[in-house]
Design a protein around this ligand. Structure first.
Ligand code: NAD
Length: 235
């Protein structure tokens, strides 16, 4: 069965995506050839984006974060727009994403479970005041609140737990869906990658540039660009 036929017969799709969903918008992923892991920094991104590093080397964390993680002048691509369209048409119940870029919402998606948080929410670690991403981007050095507290992005750093409510919502959506489309994720970051184990619906579809270890579980595995593949779907 091809993807169009699967989508035509589905009534409750859940999309589960990762960094590869935003590469066509110009945001590098972590593991592909052009991804962040293959660029040069004093420390590997996994170390910089850890809770310990944030606490001990806050200035260095923000130098990397402002430069590489805060991509604010980017637009959604065909994948983001098609998913929003599918939701509007009543065929898709939720997007579960590992991305922190906010592009699904920018494209119009309403039900989005952001497993790893969002660069668009930032809080003072002392008084809890909210700051938007533009404030963080414009800050020189470590972004601080008027009260003197250090501001922390509401993103889940390595060593930090996922938000319970977000995970529970994502699990419920995955448990109830008839089709799950997994795209643009290497499925190497846990616990997020483990969420696919909750799927017991009819069709499991994988769209990824390269093979993943979930290909064998899928009834359809497409090796290609998710924006190009979803862009062709008729809703
Ligand atoms: P990953 O970098 O480990 O894997 C990305 C996967 O997507 C790779 O297998 C790659 O081959 C594939 N890919 C790249 N471009 C693609 C495209 N156009 N179409 C289809 N497949 C494509 O990403 P991950 O599994 O999401 O895990 C990395 C972690 O990094 C996540 O926790 C995420 O929060 C974070 N991250 C987020 C962003 C973002 O918000 N845009 C960017 C980089 C990293």
């Amino acid at each position: 069965m091809d993807l169009q036929s699967i989508i035509n017969e589905s009534k409750n799709i859940v999309f589960f995506g990762g960094a590869g969903v935003s590469t066509e918008s110009g945001i590098p992923d972590f593991r592909s050839v052009d991804g962040l892991y293959n660029q040069k920094y004093d420390y590997p991104p996994e170390q910089i984006l850890s809770h310990t590093f944030f606490v001990r080397n806050t200035a260095e964390f923000y130098r990397f974060y402002q430069d590489k993680m805060l991509c604010l002048d980017v637009e959604p691509n065909a994948a983001h727009y098609k998913l929003a369209e599918l939701e509007k048409a009543g065929k898709l119940s939720a997007v579960v994403t590992q991305n922190i870029d906010g592009l699904h919402q920018k494209a119009g998606s309403k039900k989005v479970y952001e497993l790893h948080g969002s660069v668009h929410r930032n809080y003072c670690t002392k008084c809890g005041k909210f700051f938007d991403a533009e404030y963080i981007k414009a800050a020189e050095g470590v972004p601080k609140c008027e009260c003197g507290g250090v501001i922390k992005p509401d993103v889940v750093l390595y060593e930090e737990p996922l938000d319970d409510r977000t995970v529970n919502g994502a699990v419920k959506a995955i448990r109830n869906c008839d089709t799950m489309i997994i795209a643009g994720t290497s499925l190497k970051v846990y616990p997020a990658a483990g969420l696919i184990n909750y799927f017991s619906g009819k069709h499991l579809v994988l769209i990824n540039l390269e093979q993943t270890n979930a290909d064998s579980l899928a009834d359809l595995a497409i090796h290609g660009k998710v924006g190009e593949v979803l862009g062709k779907i008729k809703v």
